[in-house]
Design a protein around this ligand. Structure first.
Ligand code: SF4
Length: 363
């Protein structure tokens, strides 16, 4: 991949673009078609399952919007071949188990006490409330349920953390088929080891943006290095890490690519991609949305850099992307967050299930 390729005119295929398999025999009979040479070269990911390089991603990101669908189409094929779920799509739900008055100053967040958003404030919910939410989640056919708390996190095991551990145990006992996940902020050695012992399916902690832009774009009351240290601790304890980012907070496409490749280095298991939902009372209220083509490209490049990972569309799917959410789900994602977010409502889970079954017809 080099500068010449980038400037080369699209040309007709003269040879098959990738090796044919029994399951993909139709490509054998496809007529020659036009693809940009950079995208044509990236088709090798489909053949080999090996990710694109960061240099390639930067060049692909520069392609005009009219080629975003070609890139999305390749990403969807890579997803089908290397990351199809047993279910049509990986779906999970979260519960805001402790809300508001967070001392951190994340610019996008309604729960920061530095911001002035109208948000519910409550301490850690009791086990019964968590159980009701988890039962509803399972009744809707969603098998992954995340307990999310506002705040910096837990460097030590304190009484509140012990209550969370008891909550996790209770959910396991009463709903043995439920995968219990958690997102509790930064962790110290002991809390991380305790979560491993209590059988967490995934732990969510996002790096949000390119690590070197975290301080400017997200928060300065804590550092991205503290987040990365928690991710390393989770991996040391064999806890599967769910870690991704947010788009539309003022970052550039290059920043997004840096984030995607930082996630590759951290070797996370699940990558949630969020689109900013600008909330009144936060510094990002009224922020102009990104172009859909740029978001499609980001999803597609994330898939091409992580051919085998679970990539989940989290916040912003229904609220911001509206008509385009299906397009984004066909640009490399193989999972989604359903049933509402921490401080904003989502779509009905039943509607999402129908949506997921329609998306599956592109598999
Ligand atoms: S994202 Fe988490 S840490 Fe940041 S302000 Fe919101 S609740 Fe606090």
């Amino acid at each position: 991949m080099n500068e010449e390729l980038k400037n080369e005119e699209p040309k007709a295929f003269t040879t098959p673009c990738y090796k044919l398999t029994q399951n993909h025999f139709l490509y054998n009979t496809m007529p020659s078609t036009l693809l940009h040479p950079l995208i044509e070269a990236a088709y090798r990911v489909l053949e080999t399952g090996e990710p694109i390089s960061q240099a390639e991603a930067l060049q692909l990101a520069d392609l005009p919007g009219e080629l975003a669908l070609d890139l999305g189409s390749l990403a969807n094929k890579v997803k089908n071949r290397y990351a199809s779920e047993t279910e049509a799509l990986h779906a999970c739900s979260i519960m805001n188990a402790k809300s508001g008055v967070c001392a951190e100053n994340c610019k996008f967040c309604a729960q920061s006490r530095h911001n002035h958003a109208d948000v519910e404030v409550y301490d850690l919910v009791n086990e019964e409330s968590a159980l009701i939410e988890a039962r509803n989640c399972m009744a809707e056919g969603v098998t992954h349920f995340g307990i999310v708390t506002s705040g910096y996190g837990y460097k030590k095991i304190n009484p509140e953390f012990l209550r969370i551990l008891n909550m996790i145990d209770r959910l396991h006992t009463e709903l043995p088929n439920l995968h219990v996940c958690a997102s509790l902020g930064m962790l110290g050695e002991e809390p991380a080891a305790a979560l491993a012992a209590h059988g967490i399916a995934h732990y969510n902690i996002n790096i949000q943006v390119a690590p070197d832009r975290y301080h400017a774009l997200i928060a300065d009351t804590h550092t991205v290095e503290e987040r990365i240290a928690t991710i390393k601790l989770l991996r040391k304890n064999n806890i599967s890490v769910c870690c991704g980012g947010i788009m539309g907070v003022g970052e550039t496409m290059q920043d997004r690519i840096s984030m995607i490749f930082a996630l590759q280095e951290l070797d996370v298991t699940v990558i949630p991609l969020n689109v900013l939902v600008p909330i009144d009372g936060t510094p990002l209220a009224g922020k102009e949305p990104l172009s859909v083509a740029d978001i499609v490209k980001t999803f597609a490049l994330c898939r091409l850099a992580h051919p085998r990972k679970t990539i989940k569309f989290a916040a912003g799917r229904e609220t911001i992307m509206k008509d385009f959410q299906g397009l984004l789900m066909l640009s490399g994602a193989n999972g989604y967050l359903t049933g509402g977010y921490l401080t904003t409502r989502g779509r009905d889970v039943a509607d999402d299930r129908h949506f997921a079954s329609q998306i599956a017809s592109f598999n």
